[in-house]
Design a protein around this ligand. Structure first.
Ligand SMILES: [Zn+2]
Length: 87
């Protein structure tokens, strides 16, 4: 499983565009692995840049997404779209 998103915790100035401010919001995260398992999480809490739209998901949330995706893969799920819910 790989997550192609940076991990940051606090509200901050956006490191991508250097101008925007990151504000709490929701995003969708897609996790996939080389075996072809793809899990899409909707309604994931994230910080979203109000200028360029870059999204930042914190490490705890990223870890939980990976844990849930691995559990789904272990259960034999190939493709799934689900709403994120913290355990
Ligand atoms: Zn930005």
């Amino acid at each position: 499983m790989e997550v192609g998103i940076p991990c940051k915790k606090e509200i901050m100035n956006c490191p991508i565009c250097k101008h925007g401010q990151t504000l709490p919001g929701k995003t969708s995260i897609t996790l996939s692995d080389p075996a072809g398992v793809t899990i899409v999480f909707k309604n994931v809490p994230a910080l979203v840049c109000d200028n360029c739209g870059e999204e930042y998901v914190d490490e705890a949330t990223t870890g939980e997404l990976l844990r849930q995706a691995k559990a789904a893969a272990a259960a034999g799920i190939q493709v799934e779209v689900r709403s994120y819910a913290a355990a």
